[in-house]
Design a binder for this molecule. Structure first.
Ligand code: GN1
Ligand code: MG
Length: 371
């Protein structure tokens, strides 16, 4: 028995899962949490799979508040889905309780763990392959926002303060540059210049919020393509996953993050930045998919700002990767030297590509406000 097998068996045993543990593996796609996939054989011979996940306490200092948010949101969605069958393929994310009935358990060697159903017959993509997938992913995130649009924002807690406070992210980068704790500033001057020359855009959305022109909603806050389960056969979105960062926020940051993650033909850590590109057909498919499910609750200003939000969050994410690189890679898991710097560079290349096409992007969304 390997150590990994033993660890998975030990954690799985804390949850109210039926059957005998037969197989387990680690899933390494996220940057934050530790995730296992575990298979259990039940008495009737059926094998059911579950997701066991440890919440990273470095990122989420209050894991129990994260769990409360997730419970609230999954309950709200499940109630609606059962009543109106409004989900896509009939599958939604469910929390399996621990043997003591709680929504999470403390692992024997520490940490807070939770257990989800595994959404079967689906896959996730790191890089979008066609406009249909882009459309489907955007439709799923729009549907998610729509499903929680009647859940009062006060019902979910802020688990990472200032998560999409772009000016605060910028200030933290300036601080990391000033401290230069790992002596890396010298080699990133081009990236620093690129970012500082765009400081003026960082506060645009929060200024609208402060002035009452935008409202806070319950948002997902991590709308990456690989957080949508896509039916492997039909390419249709089935369910949105990774609800850790569900918080009050701006719908626009969610939308922008979709563009950030699903329009480039290469992954977030591609070393050859000349391959990074915001592909207009993907953008258009995402706008169409998102507005299909979200247009009922969005305001004209939100629609107008969709292209801008893509530029802003892409720069914000570049800022976060660069900050972590300068601070010694303490936040995002890295798998090679300079990994966060590579990630930063793709983000800045994408910002540039968005800027080059912003006029066309604005033209494309304008028709929804004329309609
Ligand atoms: C992190 O680990 P993952 O893929 O769920 C991060 C997001 C970033 C993303 C960049 C809690 O998400 O905000 O956009 O990496 N999540 C957190 O890939 O910081
Ligand atoms: Mg996440």
């Amino acid at each position: 028995m390997t150590e990994l097998f033993r660890n998975i068996a030990e954690i799985g045993a804390c949850f109210a899962i039926e059957g005998t543990f037969v197989e387990g593996e680690e899933i390494e796609s996220g940057h934050i949490n530790t995730t296992y996939l575990a298979a259990y054989l039940s008495d009737d011979g059926e094998v059911n799979r579950y997701i066991l996940q440890r919440i990273n306490e470095n990122v989420f200092p209050e894991p129990l508040v994260v769990m409360k948010n997730i419970e609230r949101v999954t309950r709200h969605i499940n109630r609606k889905v059962f009543r109106h069958k409004r989900d896509f393929g009939g599958q939604t994310l469910n929390l399996y309780p621990g043997r003591d009935g709680k929504n999470c358990v403390e692992g024997a060697s520490g940490g807070i763990w939770r257990c989800y159903n595994c959404i079967e017959g689906c896959c996730t993509y790191d890089v979008v392959e066609n406009t249909r997938q882009a459309y489907q992913a955007a439709k799923a995130f729009g549907a998610f926002q729509d499903l929680v649009s009647d859940l009062p924002v006060e019902k979910v807690s802020v688990t990472i303060p200032g998560f999409h406070d772009t000016p605060a992210r910028y200030a933290r980068l300036m601080d990391a540059i000033a401290k230069d704790s790992h002596r890396r500033v010298d080699r990133v001057q081009d990236e620093i210049d690129f970012i500082t020359s765009r400081e003026g855009i960082t506060a645009v959305l929060l200024d609208h919020l402060k002035a009452g022109r935008l409202v806070e909603r319950v948002t997902h806050n991590d709308t990456k393509l690989n957080n949508v389960m896509i039916d492997a056969q039909t390419d249709e979105a089935v369910c949105v996953i990774d609800l850790d960062t569900v918080m009050p926020g701006l719908a626009l940051y969610d939308f922008g993050d979709l563009i950030r993650g699903a329009t480039s033909p290469v992954s977030e850590d591609e070393k050859d930045v000349s391959k990074v590109e915001m592909r207009l057909p993907m953008f258009e498919a995402i706008v169409e998919g998102y507005l299909e499910t979200a247009k009922n609750f969005l305001t004209p200003l939100e629609i107008e700002l969709l292209p801008f939000s893509a530029k802003l969050i892409t720069m914000e994410t570049g800022i976060r990767f660069l900050t972590d690189h300068l601070e010694g890679d303490k936040y995002f898991k890295i798998h090679r030297e300079g990994h966060n710097l590579d990630r930063c560079r793709t983000q800045l290349a994408l910002v540039k590509s968005i800027e080059d096409q912003e006029a066309q992007m604005n033209d494309f969304v304008a028709k929804w406000n004329r309609a």
